[in-house]
Design a protein around this ligand. Sequence first.
Ligand SMILES: O=C(O)CCC(=O)C(=O)O
Ligand SMILES: [Fe+2]
Ligand SMILES: [Mn+2]
Length: 230
Amino acid sequence: MKVLLAVLKQIHKPALCTGNPRCLSSGATSGLLPFRDEAPMVGSSPELVQKLSSQVEVRTDFITEEEEAAFLRELDPGLKKKRYEFDHWDDAIHGYRETERLRWGAACEEILNRVRSTAFPEGSQLLGPVHVIDLDKTGYIKPHIDSVKFCGSTIAGLSLLSDSIMRLVKEDTPSEWLDLLLSRRSLYILRDQARYQFTHEILKDEESVFNGQRVPRQRRISVICRNLPG
Ligand SMILES: O=C(O)CCC(=O)C(=O)O
Ligand SMILES: [Fe+2]
Ligand SMILES: [Mn+2]
């Protein structure tokens, strides 16, 4: 368990982050191109959206309000014992507390099994403990790529308590980007190039605008499943 905490810390090492201050400005709304009316994604070009559409999924309303409440009941007591961390300027995450959990109660385990069977091919080797990040209303996650040493090709995350914007930016071509509207209770999945060649970040409240529409940030808890490197 101790080792795993180190592994998850590693994910957020600044050396793995490829900060791109330009992509933090939300002023450039003119190039936004909705991909499909119902898809909560906008990107720098229709070609990019098309190219990534097999590697980036957002499933709206993946869990019910009751299922969200089940996660809260299970996670909140432990999270409340920790302080939000704001003062580590070098961290990839600002304003957060986190935990990981291997064993879940029946209700949550059932939901997590649904996440796993949706996101990962059958027989994939998964990282045992599930990663939980509790972001304060003012918290945010800076652009980074998850450790290739510890995490495999697929990242799947549930968003609880708040809508948010996840921005993907191509590491070597910052003009190529995709914004995902992660609505409360949605599931997102990042695979392959979207996971390896694009940084991902969660925008802070002041920058939380999707396709010209303001998306206020509240406290947000994410529950993240990962596979192991092949
Ligand atoms: O909160 C999320 O959904 C993303 C978390 C993340 O990027 C990470 O833990 O590496
Ligand atoms: Fe990440
Ligand atoms: Mn730190």
